[in-house]
Ligand binder design. Structure first.
Ligand code: LMR
Length: 328
């Protein structure tokens, strides 16, 4: 009986995983790390899944694996190169091993807001970045927005000097390490799925993230408060394996590309509103949100912005100038 129950459980879970897929359909596995329903990336991924499964039925099927259930961001690009997953949307900070161009997106206070990020990405320079890793086997299909980053810690952060000596979780990015060092913090690279536990147990004291990630993974519950610094951005590359993409029949690839582009336009337009809802949800849940005066925020600018100098050659002064022109 035990064996029969185990076999049944196996077949139920196997059919649940491939519910969307019929024999003969191209299987598109999409692995990501956030939640699905209140998050700019999660909502976009779910909408993409729904549209592909509705409109490409018989030709292709998509299965989304959210919440790091299949891979975390440090593993997913390798898995993609192995052909184990066909789509992912890691933050731009996570491409460090493949390109240094994306470092511009991690530089603190580089972009005024997500509209400025959007304008940069849709420029010729930004669009060329989609293809900056094709020699390494990865092709960018679209930029997806999340939002502006905020700072949090297990003590109030108002002046950057409050961060002195604290351990901050960072994504695996040299720019973000340098940024935390600039405020006197100790940067600790760590996968997104481990951040809540690390904050809770005191392995790290603080972190930086968007409202949707701070609410979605409940970081605010294990922090003193969130300081609204808007000091940087989290944005994503919807990325695929070049060989897999080029191996698709042209009609399938074109239809998929059209759906991706429509989902991108529709959901990117909502990302700022989704983050605002998450900020409000933190406040409603009893979390502390601290706002800064213009003078207080300027202190963070003064301390963090000098890291641009270290990465100027990686990102190109002309790209920094283009980003600044958009802000103006
Ligand atoms: C993080 O690691 O903090 C974020 O990149 C997670 C995400 O995908 O938004």
């Amino acid at each position: 009986v035990k064996a029969a129950v185990a076999a049944l459980a196996l077949s139920v879970s196997a059919s649940a995983v491939s519910a969307a897929c019929d024999d003969g359909e191209i299987v598109i596995k999409f692995s990501h790390v956030t939640n699905t329903d209140k998050h700019p990336k999660g909502i976009a991924a779910s909408l993409l899944e729904q549209r592909v499964n509705d409109e490409m039925n018989g030709k292709a099927c998509m299965e989304v694996f959210p919440n790091s259930t299949l891979y975390n961001d440090n593993q997913v690009l390798e898995a993609m190169l192995q052909g184990d997953v066909q789509l992912a949307a890691p933050s731009l900070s996570k491409f460090e091993q493949f390109t240094k161009q994306f470092r511009i997106f991690d530089l603190p206070f580089m972009f005024r807001d997500i509209d400025a990020v959007d304008a940069f990405q849709t420029s010729d320079t930004g669009q060329a970045m989609l293809e900056s890793m094709t020699k390494r086997g990865l092709l960018g299909l679209a930029f997806w927005h999340n939002g502006m980053k905020q700072m949090s810690a297990n003590k109030p952060l108002v002046s950057p000097s409050d961060a002195q000596g604290l351990k901050f979780r960072v994504q695996s990015s040299d720019v973000l390490k340098a940024q935390m060092a600039a405020i006197g913090g100790s940067p600790q690279p760590m996968a997104f799925s481990e951040v809540y536990g690390a904050l809770q147990t005191g392995v790290v004291d603080g972190q930086e993230n968007t409202w949707s990630n701070i609410y979605g993974k409940k970081f605010f519950e294990v922090q003193d408060g969130i300081t609204e610094t808007n000091h940087g951005i989290i944005d994503y590359l919807l990325v695929t394996n070049v060989d897999w993409w080029e191996g698709l029949d042209a009609d399938v690839r074109d239809q998929l590309a059209t759906i991706i582009s429509e989902v991108t336009v529709a959901r990117n337009a909502e990302s700022t509103a989704v983050n605002a809802q998450n900020k409000q949800a933190i406040i409603d849940a009893g979390g502390t949100v601290r706002t800064l005066t213009a003078e207080q925020r300027e202190e963070w600018v003064t301390v963090m912005k000098p890291v641009w100098e270290q990465f100027k050659d990686d990102v190109g002064q002309e790209n920094i100038d283009a980003a600044q022109a958009i802000n103006a």
